[in-house]
Design a protein around this ligand. Structure first.
Ligand SMILES: N[C@@H](CCC[C@H](N)C(=O)O)C(=O)O
Length: 305
């Protein structure tokens, strides 16, 4: 892919792409563009495509100007222990441990394409095997309920560099403003902040400062939450590796857990998280976190690299 386009610095701080001569043979890759609550990824079926460099291809295909465009790329691969294996890559080529919106789309793809036509699918991820219950209309999956497993609240397991071994709530100062954060791992790290209407926040400005905050050794996903009532949260998210996205499934789960820890919502009751791209319903109990939401196919195509 980098045979065709090369990023060039022109000194103005803006990257430009220049076309370079194509010398080698091209590979045709089939793909499907899908989204869950407008968190959109390019999905590549590795049962059919032989991919060599996952991270590099993810950066190339995610670009909204010179690629297909998306919040990243998700590879659907064969698994020895489950119906399929998900490998998710952010816009910057970093690999995520888990992706809540992505796994619903993977389950839809696995069912709709016939890889495994089962109502309950097992999908292997970097944070373990997740169980996905698909809801089917007219032969196609429309929504999926995922058993996301247990939330991790111990600092070392999130991970966050906070003192002690039980605290998940801390006060941190970002760009001269103090925030109380509740940190939760849903297989990947999240930092949840409760406050005013998230639409009023300058997320482009503050998001990167949370992502790279010194106390988050593996960077972090940050959720800004307004509690609308004790069953409803409004959320905006800054994802590590991808920036602002329209929704984050693991982030919605982390936020619902954090809302219960802070007394805004109750365990065992459905919590609707309203994201810019749609709603997710989260159910948090002592057994774990269940997430239900949509999975949609946008288009399919072939890309030559
Ligand atoms: N959008 C995702 C999360 C994707 C991974 C995240 N950016 C990370 O690196 O942890 C979701 O729906 O959960």
């Amino acid at each position: 892919m980098n045979k065709y386009l090369k990023k060039a610095e022109n000194g103005s701080g803006i990257d430009h792409y220049t076309r370079v001569p194509d010398t080698g043979a091209k590979q045709k890759i089939t793909f499907t563009k899908m989204h869950g609550c407008a968190n959109d990824y390019v999905y590549i079926d590795c049962f059919q495509n032989d991919i060599q460099n996952y991270a590099e291809l993810a950066i190339y295909l995610s670009d909204r100007h010179t690629g297909i465009g998306g919040d990243g790329v998700i590879y659907i691969c064969p698994s020895d222990v489950a119906d399929a294996r998900m490998r998710m890559y952010n816009l910057d080529g970093s690999e995520g441990m888990m992706c809540g919106n992505g796994i619903r789309c993977v389950a839809k793809y696995v069912y709709d394409s016939g890889i495994a036509k089962k109502d309950v699918l097992h999908i292997e991820t970097k944070s373990g095997i997740k169980i996905c219950r698909v809801h089917v209309e007219n032969g196609e999956v429309t929504t999926v309920t995922v058993d996301m497993g247990k939330a991790e609240l111990v600092p070392a397991k999130i991970p966050v560099d906070f003192p002690g071994d039980t605290a998940v709530k801390e006060k941190i100062t970002v760009l001269d403003k103090e925030y109380e954060v509740t940190c939760v791992s849903m297989g990947n790290p999240h930092c949840v902040i409760f406050g005013k209407d998230p639409d009023t926040i300058d997320l482009e400005k503050i998001g990167p400062h949370f992502e790279h905050f010194e106390k988050f050794p593996e960077r972090i996903n940050t959720e800004f939450i307004e509690v609308l009532d004790n069953h409803t949260l409004k959320m905006r998210v800054w994802e590590r590796g991808s920036g602002e996205t329209m929704a984050c499934g693991t982030g919605a789960c982390a936020s619902a857990v954090a809302a219960c820890l802070n007394g805004y919502c109750k365990k065992g009751e459905d919590i609707t998280v309203k994201l810019r791209g749609g709603d997710l319903v989260i159910h948090y109990t002592d057994d774990g976190v269940q997430m239900t939401g949509s999975a949609d196919t946008v288009f399919t195509g072939i890309v030559e690299i």
